[in-house]
Design a protein around this ligand. Structure first.
Ligand code: ZN
Length: 498
């Protein structure tokens, strides 16, 4: 190993250890931690985040990073780690340590406050906390902005570098122009798709059993991963040998089944990262957009594909006899693809999904760039749902309080869901040329598809960014038209539209 990098290595290990500890607390907070622990845990997180800050923003570490940057003898992986650390240093250098710690303490508590407000359906209870979170986020972005850079662009770059407001405005304009009318056509069509049999009283244990089966079937490795329950399904990755997913059980059968496949997709991405990147700053998915592209690929392009269910539908039918005995494969597959405007993003079908994201994108822009007040948020939210989806939430739970992201300060995250869907559609179009995609699914060979993704995407971790990964895999730059075409083709067929 190069001498300078060798000196930097224990510092990097310390940074990773602190980061891992904080992530583990985050996981614990959302899953098993008792309610009364929140305040005390937030103190611990405050201290850990201060240690982390110091470990990154340290004079000696800075000098080592500088020395490494000029050293051509570093390996590709070492160079990538230095690049990531330098980015993190640049970010933290602009933020006063005190404020950084206070913010970490705040977010450790704010998700709990959000959850309580959501349960009580009371926006007022969350509003002052949200205001504080937004205040910090705006200040941090202002500290970090390079000359003339917009605050929201700074935030967006944390989740999907290279996709700023200029690009996203164009992307979402295409979505609005193409998908709002398509949804209207679908709604006007005479085709009625039954999905009533997916609602009912399903036992948690049976849903869990099938959830585990599906996760394993698509390739989630339970020797390196666990599954728990939480209010909002999510994935926590410590490294490629420890990935934790959660799900939730309710009276919508498809909700738990597809959220498991979605989170398993996140997990599979992390498991696929090369071992020489484990527990390094580059040992995780390239970006949130690329992450969502994989989870949504497993959930939708694989999971809502008729061919996927051919080898396993009987098993699912036997697991839920009251609901599915009289329901054939085609009825089941049509039901899980039914397009219908709804209020809840995580329950949305593929067609309406991006409209939910579009709404959040516009609201985030208004909050960050146009100083819209938190007080005006519920009404603005409801107005946009009415405009794009034709429905209006009657409760806060089903409206502005539904997502966890803002309570965590994750402004700029939402667009990655829509971008991820678009990345996935582009990958799918390319993969169909390279393999008999549907044929493999019908033969139960999900592993062949997973291996392809591992080879082209997963193994690289953060060594390449999402644009590069797309380009190297498909030989083309990012092109959102693949996504529009995918949705048009799918829904025109399902609803017999001309
Ligand atoms: Zn996801």
């Amino acid at each position: 190993m190069n001498e300078t990098f060798e000196a930097l290595k224990p510092r990097l290990d310390r940074i990773m250890a602190l980061k891992t500890a904080m992530i583990l607390f985050e996981w614990d907070n959302e899953t098993l931690a008792p309610q009364k622990a929140a305040r005390l845990t937030s103190n611990v997180i405050g201290i850990l985040s201060g240690e982390y800050f110091q470990a990154v923003d340290d004079g000696q570490v800075r000098e080592l990073v500088k020395a490494c940057q000029g050293d051509q003898s570093l390996t590709e992986v070492e160079k990538a780690q230095v690049r990531e650390l330098s980015k993190e240093q640049e970010k933290l250098a602009c933020i006063p340590r005190e404020e950084y710690q206070d913010f970490a303490r705040l977010t450790a508590e704010s998700t709990r406050i959000w959850q309580e407000a959501k349960e009580a359906d009371d926006f007022e209870r969350f509003a002052p906390t949200l205001e504080k979170v937004i205040g910090y986020q705006k200040r941090f972005a202002a500290y970090r902005a390079k000359d003339g850079e917009k605050k929201y662009d700074v935030m967006l770059a944390d989740y999907e570098p290279g996709f700023d407001m200029e690009l996203l405005d164009a992307f979402f304009a295409t979505i609005k122009k193409e998908l709002v009318p398509l949804l209207k056509e679908v709604q006007a069509s005479k085709v009625l798709i039954r999905d009533d049999f997916l609602r009912g009283d399903f036992s948690d244990s049976q849903q869990e059993k099938i959830g585990r089966f599906l996760a394993e079937y698509v390739g989630f490795d339970f020797s390196k991963g666990v599954m728990a329950t939480s209010a909002h399904p999510f994935t926590t990755n410590l490294h490629n040998h420890d990935v934790r997913i959660t799900t939730h059980y309710n009276d919508n059968l498809d909700s738990s089944l597809f959220s498991v496949i979605h989170e398993a997709g996140h997990g599979i991405y992390e498991f696929g990262v090369r071992d020489d990147l484990t527990q390094t700053l580059v040992g995780e998915g390239a970006s949130m957009g690329m992450h969502e592209s994989q989870s949504r690929f497993f959930e939708n392009i694989i999971g809502r594909n008729r061919s996927f269910w051919v080898p396993i539908y009987e098993k699912i039918r036997e697991a839920f006899p009251q609901a599915l005995t009289d329901i054939g494969l085609d009825m089941f597959v049509n039901a899980v693809n039914k397009a219908e405007p709804g209020l809840i993003r995580t329950e949305a079908d593929e067609l309406t999904y991006s409209l939910h994201v579009l709404i959040r994108y516009e609201l985030e822009k208004a909050l960050i760039e146009e100083d819209m007040s938190v007080e005006d948020l519920p009404k603005a939210w409801a107005d946009k749902y009415e405009a794009y989806l034709g429905i209006r939430p009657e409760t806060m739970k089903e409206g502005v309080l539904q997502d966890i992201h803002w309570s965590q300060g994750s402004f700029g995250y939402f667009p990655s869901y829509a971008l991820g869907s678009a990345f996935g559609a582009q990958l799918y179009a390319h993969m169909k040329k390279e393999m008999d995609f549907e044929g493999l699914l019908e033969e139960g060979k999900v592993d062949r598809i997973r291996e392809y993704l591992r080879e082209h995407i997963h193994q690289y971790g953060k060594l390449k960014d999402s644009r590069q990964l797309l380009k190297d895999t498909t030989n083309e730059d990012f092109d959102p038209q693949y996504y529009i075409r995918y949705l048009k083709e799918k829904y025109k067929k399902l609803y017999h539209l001309g």
